[in-house]
Design a protein around this ligand. Structure first.
Ligand code: AVI
Length: 328
């Protein structure tokens, strides 16, 4: 954070958004009329869950691993389809928040008997290790009553979370994951698509990041509230404003916090850590990128990371896509 505030232009890392208040605000964002991403992805998952699971399984038993599972709300349709496919399902949600995982797992096990949850508390950008499969290790028969000979993993990275990574970082992460996977394992990726003729327009995209009710603005400003509370900084939140813009060249939505006047902010700390930051009037501090891909761009990225696309599902206007890749 201090490093980012010393840079020009200033920037803060987007993972800072997700303290308790920020996570609640994000949940609220996902229900906004303008934030089509969650709604469209949920629709695609519920319409095609059976096909997604069948394509990923190719006649094998699946175990589902989800990166950044959070409340795992949209995952339930996939889990239900996996239950229909194989009777029992192992589900391994990976998330930094132990409490979010606990709530999600309890709810899933209550609602979907036959699903065994095995939460993995980890920051998935830093690597993680999965517990071995539940008595049905890779390549081993699952027992006399098991009609599936082997277990395959399907990695879920949904919610357009890939968009918050620099494309090179996303590719590097997927490559690392791919290296630890067996041939035949799958990746199901949720991708928000770039504006295009016949698809969403820039105005519709921007509205998703600058909603009427101001929830995204509160989400963005919560960064300052958090720095005040946790580091004793003295940001005056009334002197900053939420700013969202479409960067067509980089194909990303950028969120910023704009200083409404010339001001100084102090962040206390020992020695070098203490910091007084000067903001010019109108100066913007960059807080988040949300990259939007073309279908071709997303397919190419997946292929470069070792997951050539075997099928993709989109809405008629191609606003959002869910893509299935498979390690060869
Ligand atoms: C979590 N992530 C996919 C969201 C997005 O759309 O990039 C975060 C977000 N930022 C503002 N609104 C939602």
């Amino acid at each position: 954070m201090r490093d980012g505030l010393r840079r020009s232009p200033k920037q803060l890392p987007p993972w800072l958004f997700y303290d308790e208040a920020g996570s609640l605000l994000f949940e609220a964002i996902t229900t906004l009329p303008e934030y089509y991403l969650t709604r469209m992805e949920r629709e695609l998952l519920s319409m095609h869950a059976g096909g997604m699971i069948a394509q990923a399984a190719e006649g094998h038993r699946l175990r589902l691993v989800e990166l950044g599972a959070g409340s795992a709300d949209k995952t339930r349709t996939l889990l239900a389809a996996a239950l229909a496919h194989q009777g029992e399902v192992e589900y391994l949600p990976v998330d930094v928040s132990a409490s979010a995982l606990e709530v999600a797992c309890r709810r899933i096990e209550a609602e979907l008997p036959g699903v065994t949850t095995r939460p993995v508390v980890a920051d998935y950008t830093q690597g993680w290790s999965l517990p071995p499969s539940d008595g049905r290790t890779d390549g081993q028969p699952g027992g006399e009553t098991d009609k599936y000979a082997t277990v395959r993993e399907l990695l879920l990275w949904i919610g357009s979370s890939i968009g918050n990574f620099e494309p090179e970082a996303a590719e590097a992460l997927l490559r690392r994951i791919n290296a630890a996977m067996q041939p035949g394992y799958g990746l199901l990726l949720g991708v928000d698509l770039a504006p295009c003729a016949g698809g969403k327009c820039v105005g519709e995209l921007l509205a998703a990041y600058d909603d009427e009710a101001g929830v995204t603005a509160r989400f963005n400003m919560n960064l300052l509230v958090r720095l005040n509370r946790e580091l004793g900084a003295d940001f005056d939140v009334d002197r900053f404003a939420h700013w969202a813009e479409w960067n067509a060249r980089a194909s990303r939505i950028e969120m910023h916090l704009e200083s409404l006047c010339e001001q100084r902010v102090h962040i206390p700390g020992q020695g070098e850590d203490g910091l007084t930051v000067h903001f010019a009037a109108g100066e913007r501090m960059h807080t988040e990128n949300s990259y939007k891909y073309t279908l071709e761009g997303a397919s190419a990225l997946m292929a470069r990371a070792g997951f050539p696309v075997v099928e993709r599902w989109t809405d008629h206007g191609e606003w959002f896509a869910v893509m299935l890749g498979r390690k060869l």
